[in-house]
Design a protein around this ligand. Structure first.
Ligand code: EPU
Length: 422
């Protein structure tokens, strides 16, 4: 297993190229189950989760390969219907094979994805939505077993306790593309990754209206064909590098980004004292004020502040002037990073779903444990500003979602290296 060793205290300066969005390309790759034709997906990042999705497609009998940043789904039918535990247990996004398998093969057996370090992650909305389309669904031997004679269009309401669901919307939308008649998804997730998937499905011949709105109308078609698509830039990687500029008092130009997808963070960082200039595809971040101001942050479904940026902004606020309050409204238990940030000298108290962050003058390097993907990124940010050396253990989480993060940081002037754990 690898660890990352960061020596803090350097202002990051220069340019960084943003990679394609992990959370767009995973469902888009799963959507290629819906056709027998070849598909070409461009701007696919090299990540462990992408490799896992390739393995799932292979388990289903679909040949696919990655050449640089291009994923090629070869021509040929999906031959199997089982997404096995060994693969699904390593990545929750595997659940997005369920909808396309059911629509294409009329049958699917996908391992139940289970819990996760960021808290319970139920799949009731996925099951409810697919049942509305006429699927018969049971849980048997740890697998979700779904069957249908023919999916039929229906009105589906996809709101849960915590609002809309990104992957449930993706699953139901994919299934509805081959259902008989019209499906209307109410309270659909509006995240850019759902919009990107819808755009890919339309290129495959699907009939979808209402992209990026809470009401999606899908008219089922008889078959989908192959398509080529460019995945949108990763808004969470974008946000992480924006915070890297701010926390180190640096000056970074992000290229190949999409600022309109990360407006909630841009707005918050302006409030905190960053100077942010955008064009359609670039973001230039510098610190406007000497000290970062404290603020309140509440995570919400898009276009609100993303839960996937909560841990990273906590690192910044831990060295801000004053007391900040961060409220997590999507995953109320997504706070494992607090204890690790406190090991580095932060002063953060958890009160239910609220983290109370008292800004400290500085952090000091320490041995810390990465608990999940975004928490790992938060620890890297904290390490970049801490005095001395921070060793981030279990860094494999980071490799699931950030493409060559240490290479990109080194080019910006960070002192960071990967070492094998003894
Ligand atoms: N929820 C339910 N029932 C369901 C599904 C979800 O109650 O059937 C709840 C969840 O427990 C949560 C809320 O609804 O409280 C939103 O969860 P959502 O379903 O939207 O999450 P997801 O689709 O499983 C995707 C991303 C996550 C990101 C969330 C929220 C992918 C592969 N994953 O997950 O990304 O946090 O949306 O934006 O797209 C990450 O990249 O680190 C990551 C965790």
């Amino acid at each position: 297993m690898d660890k990352l060793v960061v020596e803090g205290g350097r202002a990051l300066k220069g340019e960084v190229m943003i990679s394609g969005a992990k959370n767009s390309c995973l469902p888009i790759m799963a959507a290629s189950i819906l056709t027998d034709d070849a598909c070409v997906i461009n701007n696919v990042p090299s990540l462990r989760d992408v490799d896992t999705m390739v393995k799932i497609l292979m388990a289903l009998g679909i040949n696919g390969r990655k050449e640089g940043s291009v994923f090629i789904r070869e021509k040929g039918p999906c031959r199997h219907v089982v997404a096995p535990y060994e693969i699904v247990s390593t990545m929750r996004a595997s659940i997005c094979a369920l909808g396309p398998l059911l629509a294409k093969k009329k049958e699917a057996k996908v391992s139940f994805p289970g819990g996760c370090i960021i808290g319970p992650r139920p799949i009731d909305l996925h099951i409810k939505g697919l049942k509305c389309l006429g699927a018969d669904i049971k849980v048997e031997g740890g697998y979700i077993v779904a069957r249908t004679k023919q999916l039929k269009g229906a009105d589906v309401f996809l709101g849960g306790h915590f609002g809309s669901s990104v992957l449930a919307t993706a699953n139901v939308m994919m299934a509805a593309t081959l259902a008989k008649g019209e499906t209307v998804i109410h309270n659909a997730a509006c995240e850019p990754e759902v919009e990107d998937l819808a755009n890919f499905l339309v290129k495959m011949g699907a009939s979808i209206e209402g992209q990026a709105t809470p009401t999606l109308r899908i008219k089922g078609v008889r078959a989908l064909h192959g398509a080529e698509h460019n995945v949108i830039p990763d808004r969470i990687e974008t946000g992480t590098f924006m915070l890297a500029a701010s926390i180190t008092d640096g000056d970074i130009l992000l290229k190949g980004a999409m600022p309109r997808h990360i407006m909630a963070l841009i707005d918050k960082m302006n409030e905190l004292g960053s100077d942010i200039r955008t064009t359609e595809s670039t973001i230039h971040v510098r610190r406007r004020k000497r000290n970062i101001k404290a603020c309140t942050v509440t995570t919400l479904p898009y276009p609100g502040f993303p839960t996937d940026m909560q841990a990273q902004i906590m690192s910044l606020l831990s060295v801000a002037d004053g007391i900040s309050v961060i409220t997590e409204k999507i995953y109320p238990e997504r706070f494992i990073h607090i204890s690790e940030l406190n090991r580095m000298g932060a002063d953060i108290l958890l009160e239910g779903p609220n983290a109370i962050v008292k800004g400290v003058r500085s952090l000091s390097g320490a041995d810390v444990m990465a608990s999940d993907l975004r928490a790992s990124a938060a620890l890297v940010l904290a390490g970049l500003v801490a005095r001395g050396k921070t060793s981030i253990h279990r860094v494999y989480h980071l490799d699931r979602g950030y493409e060559r993060i240490e290479e990109k940081l080194i080019r910006l002037g960070a002192r960071i290296r990967r070492e094998k754990e003894k």
